[in-house]
Ligand binder design. Structure first.
Ligand code: G4P
Length: 529
């Protein structure tokens, strides 16, 4: 197959949702359709179960699982589908944000009864900012839930999307009869049999046809006709260009658990979802069909086995082909590296591969060379943009609890930060180190891993910080910046890249500071132009 057709048949995406909306179940059903797994239950949930937050073994187990489910690839109707796992747990939201830099599109799963939930809002906002094409799947139609039109309204209002229903439910919960597929113009009846793999559909291209009444009964048929008329009156028609630009989001309804509505979703997905997209670097826009290989690290996973300290760096291939045993330039280190056993990922296993194409993810064994965001190329200096850090929510001083092991501690902290577990800030005033995290759970993970992987011990001390802001003086030499640096010295720190950060202890302080020093810009993410 030619290089161009290999690109054209790839779809790399992520499924995002609030925990429990059905992401794992949907992933599993997609794999079943692809024939990549034979039975349900094969994909292990990667979520931290409730109540397990302080159980270290549980965290370790989950980390193990998340390697296995980091990338799930399968073939469906001639397309190669790569699903990138996005942890739903909010303490790992930053992991998810980074993974979203490597997807070409997403599917958003929403629980019909709960509607739009907090995590969904945050994740969709990130996708919206980047104009990532999104498809919405409203799940659990076998249960009593919100009215379909109310839900579509909620999706538009809370998520700021413009939707176009591609299917519409006939009844719900106890009365759930099936789905009318506007895209394929057919009716798919619900039998509640989750073992059924291929669903039977009845073509109804004319909704006034009597066949519909026979199929679902007069009352339901009438209601469906009214509903579809309303849908067609209210919502715009599907427009592929608008979807690909991130301005229109198709919506599907179904029940992942019952394998219902999933085939429709998958069929539409392979047809409309984008092939690997071009990516902006600091230097230029890089297109997937360029000859020369480029790619970037979006995730690093530590090995759970303390005897094998190597890590697995996940690289998204942006352009060209990635070949085994070929020297590539590690741009940040200006060093050539060669990989003898790059891993490709399949549904349940990983394998060594000789060649990978744009859209694919390869896992490279790493002994500490990589940081999140690093770029590999064939020689050109390219730095991919778009892996920002957000202000952490929690801040604590980290102290060394075993003076004989300070080297191990600093090495451990360094490597964990490279993996993106948390953010490190060094105070300008006294060099003390502050760890910032998205969730409290990370402190336990860090402490545990420092001890078990690096033999170092640490303690934490509370620090009252509301938000970290990246400081951009419009003029470094002006008096205002000098005064700010002097007055706020106690609250200034450097992040890992040496960028200046202001640790504001309250919203009020932050607002006052912004007012007092108008020539300084305070950013809430580390990446700004
Ligand atoms: P997540 O990855 O988004 O966190 O959600 P997950 O797929 O684990 O699903 C969360 C719960 O919702 C699971 O039940 C799952 O069986 C259920 N579920 C998923 N899709 C549907 C659906 O279409 N209809 C109904 N009725 N339920 C659905 P659980 O009891 O929490 O877990 P389990 O013991 O079944 O694994």
């Amino acid at each position: 197959m030619s290089f161009k057709s290999e690109i054209a048949r790839r779809r790399t995406f992520g499924i995002i949702s609030h925990p429990d909306a059905g992401k794992t179940t949907l992933t599993e059903k997609l794999l079943l359709f692809g024939g990549a797994i034979q039975e349900a239950g094969a994909v292990k949930s990667n979520k931290i179960k409730k109540g397990a937050t302080s159980d270290f073994m549980e965290i370790e187990r989950q980390r193990g699982i998340s390697v296995a489910t980091s990338v799930l690839a399968f073939e469906y109707k001639g397309t190669k589908i790569n699903i990138l796992d996005t942890p739903g747990h909010k303490d790992f939201a930053e992991d998810t944000f980074r993974t979203l830099t490597a997807v070409d599109s997403v599917i958003v799963v929403i629980d019909v009864a709960k509607g739009v939930e907090e995590q969904t809002e945050k994740l969709v906002e990130v996708c919206r900012m980047r104009n990532i094409p999104m498809i919405v799947f409203i799940n659990k139609l076998d249960r009593e839930g919100k009215d379909a039109f109310d839900l579509l309204d909620e999706v538009e209002q809370k998520l700021g999307l413009k939707v176009t229903p591609m299917s519409f439910p006939i009844g719900m919960g106890y009365d759930f009869k099936g789905i009318y597929n506007l895209w394929e113009q057919n009716v798919n009846l619900f039998s509640g049999d989750s073992r059924k793999n291929i669903e039977e559909t009845t073509e109804i291209s004319d909704l006034s046809s009597e066949k519909l009444d026979e199929l679902i009964g007069d009352a339901s048929a009438e209601e469906l006709r009214d509903n579809i008329e309303l849908v067609q009156g209210i919502y715009p028609k599907f427009d592929k260009t608008k979807y690909l630009e991130g301005h229109l989001q198709p919506v599907f309804f179904g029940s992942a658990l019952n394998n219902f509505g999933v085939r429709e979703l998958l069929d539409a997905f392979v047809e409309i979802a984008p092939t690997p997209r071009a990516k902006q670097s600091e230097e230029r826009l890089v297109k997937p069909d360029e000859d020369k290989f480029t790619g970037f690290v979006f995730k690093i996973h530590a090995n759970m086995d303390p005897n094998h300290r190597d890590r697995l760096a996940f690289i998204k291939i942006v352009s060209g082909t990635f070949k085994r045993n070929t020297p590539y330039l590690h741009v940040r280190n200006n060093k050539k590296l060669k990989f003898s056993s790059p891993n490709a990922f399949f549904a349940e296993k990983k394998e060594i591969v000789d060649i990978s194409y744009p859209g694919d993810i390869v896992g490279l064994h790493d002994t500490g060379n990589f940081k999140i965001g690093d770029t590999l190329t064939e020689g050109e200096v390219i730095n991919y943009k778009g892996i920002p850090s957000f202000s952490p929510e929690h801040f604590r001083y980290i102290n060394n609890a075993d003076p004989l092991k300070s080297k191990q501690l600093y090495k451990g902290i360094d490597q964990l930060m490279d993996e993106g577990v948390a953010q490190l800030f060094t105070l300008e005033l006294n060099g003390r180190k502050v760890i910032g995290t998205v969730g409290a759970l990370q402190y336990e993970v860090i402490q545990y891993r420092l001890e078990h992987e690096y033999g170092a011990k640490c303690t934490y001390e509370n620090l009252n910080v509301h938000k970290a802001c990246w400081v951009e003086p419009t003029d470094k030499k002006n008096q205002e910046f000098e005064e700010f640096s002097r007055v706020k010295q106690r609250f200034l720190a450097k992040d890992k890249r040496g960028q200046l950060v202001f640790l504001a202890d309250s919203m009020f302080t932050l607002q006052m500071t912004q007012q007092k020093y108008p020539s300084i810009i305070f950013h809430f993410t580390s990446e700004y132009d």
